[in-house]
Design a protein around this ligand. Structure first.
Ligand SMILES: Cc1cc2nc3c(=O)[nH]c(=O)nc-3n(C[C@H](O)[C@H](O)[C@H](O)COP(=O)(O)O)c2cc1C
Length: 205
């Protein structure tokens, strides 16, 4: 499969990435190209000890809709009917309305293997696993946007973990970390405030 080539420079794409809550189910690129974006990230994003613990699931079409139905059915059992009205509207309008969803997992078998192999780092491997997952999330988020799509990052895990695992017959060792619904943006995100860089970055020279 071909590599994915970005239109913007890395710096431009990073500056351009936002959360898009208003999305429809169209895509300016083919599903194969979306798959290539996921493959590029999963292949090239680094991981501690090159352990490659990240797993990704790309849900398109009926599968994407099935995921958001799982989220709705799960939440329906947990919150009041009143609260659910709002929740359902948000899920339908901001997430299910999109073209697809990327699910991010970390394979716990890999992490346990590292802990056994390198006991002195045992406490760090679960933390580094989250680091590499986050790097994959940013890479895919940024590449999807570069391709003309808009995405958000959602966390309905661990509530939906069991249902997701059984629905797509995924290994029990795959721990769900985040869900990224995406589609063609139908509205621009609002303005964003940036804290003073002087408070956040120190340079010594
Ligand atoms: C680690 C992390 C967790 C986040 N979790 C959620 C989430 O559960 N739901 C959500 O709607 N947005 C979530 N976001 C999105 C942030 O709220 C958003 O990125 C931030 O407000 C900056 O806005 P921007 O993405 O438009 O630049 C998350 C972002 C990060 C980096």
């Amino acid at each position: 499969m071909e590599d994915w080539y970005m239109k913007r420079s890395f710096e431009e794409a990073l500056k351009h990435r936002r959360s898009y809550y208003s999305i429809n189910n169209e895509s300016p690129i083919s599903d194969l190209e979306i798959e290539q974006i996921v493959n590029t990230a999963v292949t090239h994003v680094p991981s501690s000890f090159n352990s490659q613990s990240t797993r990704a699931v790309l849900l398109l079409g009926e599968h994407h809709l099935k995921l958001w139905n799982i989220v709705k059915e799960t939440l329906k059992k947990m919150i009041s009917a009143e609260a659910f009205v709002q929740t359902e509207a948000k899920i339908d309008g901001c997430f299910a309305s999109g073209h697809g969803t990327v699910l991010f997992f970390e394979d716990q078998t890999v992490i346990e293997g590292l802990q056994n192999a390198f006991p002195s780092y045992a406490d760090n491997f679960p933390i580094w696993s989250m680091h590499t997952s986050a790097m994959h999330q940013l890479a895919i988020w940024t590449m999807l946007e570069d391709a003309g799509l808009g995405a958000t990052l959602q966390h309905y895990n661990p509530l939906i973990d069991d249902e997701v695992r059984t629905t797509w017959d995924l290994p029990i060792s795959w721990k769900l970390v985040a869900e990224m619904p995406f589609g063609t943006p139908t509205a621009e995100p609002g303005s964003k405030e940036f804290q003073d860089l002087k408070e956040r970055v120190k340079v010594f020279k």
